[in-house]
Design a protein around this ligand. Structure first.
Ligand code: FE
Length: 331
């Protein structure tokens, strides 16, 4: 169990989620808020007001991007969390990260509700309900006046291809990482345009089980993704990850450019120098050529099969390790 504490030293301590009783970072005098905000936005954000239902500009808004706090610009929700709740206000099923929004009990108007505020400036956003129709079960009911919209800049999207044993595990964790738009299981390293799971499992191909991680580089860096990668798998066992043995389970990074290669090399050198692991790191670096997407039943395997014995025994502990070590980087 040597490597986790050392990883914290190497990568720096990730602060825990901001506490509700801590003061917010952005604190302005009331006169400044009045200058900064329109009277309508001031009423909602600073006086806990509510806009009229079906009146807000973001109710039917469907662009790809981020909804930010109209008071301070803090990113609050991703557009893919928005759904039509028919309640008259923009609704979201999850916040962008655990530390973006604070909750508190609101006993006004003879009701007991959960108020949501911006964790950065304390601005009132709306309320949180447990009647959401999606898998999160949540409905963040938000005033349009509390929000601004930042369109997604596609040029900020980048991809990292990682092999760390069974792709079900790696995909399951990276699906939970803040800023990750898509994690896709597939095969890389071989020459053929197509290959099947059975062929890869034979160990006779050059293909390795990998996960293609598409991420927004304004939200998470390649280095942060590499930190997670080296925490959730064992990079010291050649062609093997736990009980999964074979060439296809090789620890590998398929770099797309020199920058990714240099970062990966530096990361491995630093881990080696700091003796984070008891044994040498055997992670191999390959130039990325092409990815063969894995069969559909491999995609989101953990999500589709939460009661599967492998998911419980092997994947869940990796998810737990990620959650414990990288609270600030969880969606
Ligand atoms: Fe704010």
């Amino acid at each position: 169990m040597k490597f986790i504490p050392y990883l914290f030293i190497f990568f720096g301590v990730f602060s825990a989620c901001s506490q509700k009783n801590e003061p917010v970072k952005v604190q302005l005098a009331d006169t400044i808020w009045k200058q900064k905000l329109s009277p309508e936005a001031y009423y909602v954000l600073r006086e806990k007001g509510t806009e009229k239902p079906y009146s807000g500009k973001f109710l039917f808004h469907k662009e790809n991007g981020y909804y930010t706090c109209a008071g301070c610009g803090n990113r609050l929700f991703e557009s893919n969390a928005k759904f039509d709740s028919h309640c008259g206000w923009p609704s979201f099923d999850e916040q962008i990260s655990a530390s973006s929004i604070r909750t508190q009990t609101d006993r006004s108007l003879g009701m007991v509700r959960t108020e949501i505020t911006c964790a950065n400036c304390g601005g009132h956003l709306g309320h949180l309900f447990d009647d959401g129709p999606t898998e999160t079960g949540k409905r963040y009911c938000v005033n349009s006046l509390s929000l601004q919209f930042e369109p997604m800049n596609e040029s900020h999207l980048d991809t990292l291809i990682l092999g760390g044993g069974c792709f079900w595990c790696i995909e399951s964790v990276f699906d939970e990482v803040k800023g990750v738009k898509e994690a896709t299981s597939g095969y890389a390293g071989g020459e053929a345009d197509q290959v099947s799971y059975e062929e890869v499992c034979s160990g006779k191909t050059k293909f390795i089980e990998v996960v293609s991680v598409v991420f927004d580089s304004t939200q998470i860096s390649t280095l942060e993704l590499l930190k997670i990668f080296f925490t959730i798998h064992d990079p010291t066992t050649l062609n093997c990850q736990g009980a999964d043995v074979g060439y296809q389970y090789k620890s590998a990074i398929f770099y797309k450019n020199d920058s990714q290669k240099k970062l990966a090399v530096a990361c491995i050198q630093k881990l080696t120098h700091d003796q984070v692991f008891d044994r040498p790191i055997v992670t191999e670096l390959f130039p990325f050529d092409h990815l063969v997407p894995a069969e559909e039943y491999h995609q989101d395997y953990f999500e589709k099969n939460p009661n599967n014995a492998y998911c419980k025994a092997v994947i869940q502990p990796k998810r737990d390790k990620f959650e414990k070590s990288f609270k600030e980087l969880k969606k």
